[in-house]
Design a protein around this ligand. Structure first.
Ligand code: HEM
Length: 273
């Protein structure tokens, strides 16, 4: 958006200044910038230089998580409605965001362990482990695990409700099975699903949209795994084998989650091809 003065005349001779039509919206008011830019409050005193980076990067993650949830929910609903092209289109957007999220770890690694140490002791027991949106993404993707809800400390009732709802509603995998059923496949048992997946993979001209959708789900799964792997290596670089601020064993706990896959049957399919 430009500034008003002199631009209007140059661009068409009206009296309305660009960006000031009706005087209702400005860049800052539309994006709620006064509120957004006032949400970075340091815990360190005197202020540690790198704490602003630490807060900013987490807030940016949470904004992307919000967008990813928006897209994954719509993708799931598109599958349930039989709009396969839309479901795939939205998943591809999610992939792009997920790649950016993994790259963002590079920015955090410009912080040294010594500089992190200046304020880390002030953060406990807060931890990324408590990210409600991160857990919502896992649940919606297919990895529902109610024990996380019990292990969360300090959840607001709204956050509890969000997680409870995600545990109840269909996952992306549930929606994909519905797509298979609508295409005439039996999905009652794991063997039946394996059979359906092999049929789809074996006749891509007939099942092009269903195959591409499975590939888009697998890509989402692979990118989530890539983030987990990137995060744990960064954590080891930053705090070694110290326990996490959230009270877990730290890198050990994070390594225990590296094998998580949302769609094991899509991975198993590879062996059968
Ligand atoms: C200096 C940087 C960071 C360190 C040292 C760090 C460390 C850790 C540790 C030790 C855990 C295990 C739980 C605990 O006991 O606290 C954890 C979990 C987690 N962190 Fe980080 N983290 C960092 C940055 C980030 C960033 C930028 C994000 C982005 C949102 C993030 C998201 C998460 C999530 C979602 C979990 C839960 C993972 C799971 O349960 O599988 N972390 N982190």
């Amino acid at each position: 958006m430009g500034t008003g003065d002199g631009v209007a005349g140059q661009w068409g001779g009206t009296d309305v200044h660009f960006g000031e039509d009706g005087g209702r919206l400005t860049y800052g008011s539309y994006l709620r910038l006064p509120q957004l830019l006032d949400q970075q409050h340091l815990e360190s005193d005197p202020p540690a230089h790198d704490e602003l980076l630490f807060i900013t990067i987490h807030q940016v993650y949470e904004l992307w998580f919000k967008q990813v949830l928006h897209e994954l929910t719509a993708s799931r609903d598109a599958m349930l409605a039989g709009e396969l092209w839309l479901a795939e289109h939205l998943l591809r957007r999610v992939h792009t965001i997920e790649r950016v999220q993994t790259q963002q770890v590079d920015i955090l690694e410009t912080m040294t362990p010594q500089d992190f140490g200046e304020f880390r002791h002030r953060l406990s027991p807060a931890s990324g482990f408590q990210s409600v949106q991160f857990r919502e993404i896992e649940f919606l993707s297919g990895a529902k695990d109610p024990s996380f809800v019990r292990r969360f400390r300090g959840l607001t009732s709204i956050e509890q409700e969000r997680l409870r709802q995600r545990l109840e509603e269909p996952t992306l995998w549930d929606a994909y099975l519905e797509v298979l059923r609508k295409a005439g496949f039996d999905t009652d048992t794991e063997d039946a699903i394996r059979h359906a997946l092999r049929k789809v993979a074996g006749d891509r001209s007939q099942y092009a949209a269903i195959w591409e959708l499975a590939e888009a789900l697998l890509q989402h799964d692979e990118l989530a795994a890539a983030w987990r792997a990137r995060h744990v290596v960064m954590v080891e670089r930053m705090i070694g084998t110290k326990p996490g601020t959230g009270g877990s064993s730290g890198a050990n706990y994070l390594r225990s989650r590296l094998d998580l896959r949302y769609y094991p049957l899509l991975w198993n399919l590879r062996t059968a091809l």
